[in-house]
Design a protein around this ligand. Structure first.
Ligand code: ZN
Length: 229
């Protein structure tokens, strides 16, 4: 219980620091987890290309290995690929060894496309001693998020609610997902595409800069404040 409270407190501190960084830089990061997805990822890439915008794709090693041509396309079109582990283990629920292995196997599977210290986003936003050790050993920055699109919630919020929150906060790292739901849920994919377009429009209107996670975090050591017990 105490460990969980300390971990929660450290994540609150981390999010506060990330929010402050986004506001200071007037930066918006479009981030997509759990992909690639055979249907949604190409649609997103078409949209981003059309708008001249770049995003950060926190890919799962196992999906990247199954769909290498999609990761090739993400990289070829100038986007950033980050690591989201290999199998999406919850670091609080598996042992330290298993959590560290999932991190390292994720980077190994993504090695054709990313550096060994590319940005990392932990599954469920949870770090634990095993995964944190693996991340620190490779000196990779951890990128959580400031605004959750809610695209995995039963009732996904309207895109406008997320956009207004980002504008109000002077920027942010927006969490979205680009894996394909099984069974398909076209309305979620449509909302993710609509939210992406609306965030790009809002950034242009309000003088916010679209950045990748790596660009935002360059020169920072956010994993030091993200350290849970
Ligand atoms: Zn995830």
């Amino acid at each position: 219980m105490i460990a969980a409270r300390l971990a929660y407190a450290s994540q609150v501190r981390y999010r506060f620091a990330l929010r402050r960084l986004c506001r200071a830089e007037r930066a918006v990061v479009l981030s997509y987890d759990d992909g690639p997805g055979r249907v949604l990822t190409p649609q997103l890439l078409d949209l981003l290309a059309d708008r001249g915008a770049r995003g950060t794709f926190f890919a799962l090693g196992r999906r990247a290995a199954a769909m290498p041509e999609l990761v090739d396309r993400i990289v070829a079109e100038g986007h950033e690929v980050g690591c989201h582990t290999y199998a999406h283990e919850h670091a609080w629920r598996v042992g330290a060894g298993a959590a560290a292995r999932d991190v390292d196997e994720g980077y190994a599977a993504l090695a054709p496309w990313i550096a060994s210290d590319a940005p990392f986003r932990p599954p469920f936003g949870k770090l634990a001693p095993g995964s944190l050790r693996a991340i620190r050993a490779r000196r990779a920055p951890v990128c959580l998020w400031t605004h959750d699109s809610g695209d995995t919630y039963p009732a996904m919020p309207e895109p406008d609610a997320v956009v207004q929150a980002v504008i109000r906060d002077g920027g942010g790292v927006v969490l979205m997902h680009d894996f394909d739901r099984d069974p398909p849920e076209p309305f979620r994919a449509e909302r993710i595409l609509a939210l992406t377009a609306a965030l790009i429009d809002a950034a242009q209107h309000h003088g916010l800069a679209l950045r990748t996670a790596g660009e935002l975090l360059a020169g920072t050591t956010p994993h030091h404040v993200a350290a849970p017990v």
